[in-house]
Design a protein around this ligand. Structure first.
Ligand code: BMA
Length: 334
């Protein structure tokens, strides 16, 4: 791999802060909930037609099983109106793959369908798989069932067809590692043309062995900008940190630039301590009216939802300064 020996950039004097934590963090946690539960984290996010923010939160109950619950806010920070009851519950009778719950939703608004696509993890006896549902209002959902068999997760649909085909980014587990793939479909039900998109690095790297897409990719004029998580296994636990990569708009499996270092990591108390320590795990974002400010919603230590602000322009500039191009082709053999 071209990343094997990379000298530090000589001009780099201090790590840049790309995402600024909101002072009200964590913005949502179990104490805000209208019904009994254990914890709330890893929320999908979208702007609704009226400009308000919707979070589709992963809520874990005291059995350890998760469901999804919608929270709406005019400013995306406070004043959340949380559904009084679970919004989307696992339905193992009709969808046996949901027997151990549904988790980590990623929302994509699809203009062609005038609907939101929700890709979520369905936790089956065979492990986690990827399920897909469409909704217009986050009240009723049209379920498509499992679209990627276990062991697979961290999925999102692209908002438009690529060369006539729908595209789903996801993270299958293989004996060689946990890498990000993209698959194509004519109808959202039948998937194929699987392509490797981004590989976990190896050895001492922060993103060695296991990576996954975090929120859905951000469409920019320069390409699909992906915030991904890298998992560093340590002797005592794992650390979930975030990095950046940019992909070709017309050929999204083609990585144009990949950042070398992580750009956001657990630092605040609510990210370092919780049900699972040292986790920042964004599943969604919204973009402000200026077209540049990104509001990143992330699960903190599997225990609450936090918010951080960044700038898409700055993320791209950082990639130029701190990344390298991954030279095309299929990297599976390297
Ligand atoms: C990942 C996912 C996330 C979770 C993270 C840390 O594998 O399952 O839902 O936040 O682990 O526990």
């Amino acid at each position: 791999m071209s990343t094997a020996i990379l000298p530090m950039k000589p001009t780099m004097s201090k790590y840049e802060t790309l995402f600024h934590r909101h002072h009200a963090n964590p913005i949502l946690s179990g104490k805000d909930w209208p019904y009994s539960m254990n914890s709330v984290f890893n929320a999908g996010a979208t702007l609704l037609a009226d400009g308000s923010t919707l979070l589709l939160c992963r809520v874990e109950d005291r059995r350890g099983l998760s469901h999804l619950c919608a929270a709406r806010s005019a400013n995306g920070v406070d004043g959340w109106q949380i559904d009084r009851e679970p919004t989307l519950l696992p339905n193992p009778e009709d969808y046996p793959e949901e027997v151990w719950g549904i988790e980590d939703p990623r929302i994509t608004f699809v203009p062609e369908l005038k609907k939101y696509a929700v890709a979520y993890t369905s936790y089956s006896r065979g492990g986690p798989g990827v399920s897909l549902a469409l909704t217009e209002d986050f009240r009723s959902f049209e379920r498509f069932g499992v679209v990627m068999v276990p062991d697979d997760k961290d999925a999102a649909l692209l908002p438009r067809r690529i060369n006539g085909f729908w595209a789903l980014i996801h993270r299958p587990m293989t004996p060689l590692g946990a890498h990000v793939w993209i698959s194509y479909s004519p109808d959202l039900r039948h998937w194929g043309s699987h392509k490797l998109m981004l590989e976990a690095r190896r050895g001492a790297w922060w993103d060695a062995n296991k990576i996954g897409m975090s929120p859905p990719p951000i469409e920019t004029s320069r390409g699909w900008l992906m915030i991904y998580h890298g998992v560093r296994r340590t002797p005592s636990s794992s650390i979930y940190r975030l990095g950046l990569a940019l992909f070709d708009l017309q050929e999204p499996e083609k990585c144009l630039v990949r950042g070398d270092s992580w750009m956001f990591a657990p630092e605040a108390e609510y990210e370092r301590q919780g049900d699972v320590q040292d986790v920042v795990f964004p599943c969604g974002y919204t973009v402000a009216a200026d077209g540049d400010t990104i509001n990143l919603y992330y699960g903190a230590a599997d225990s609450s939802i936090a918010l951080a602000h960044g700038s898409i322009r700055s993320l791209l500039a950082w990639l130029d300064a701190n990344g390298h191009s991954e030279h095309g082709g299929d990297r599976r053999h390297k």
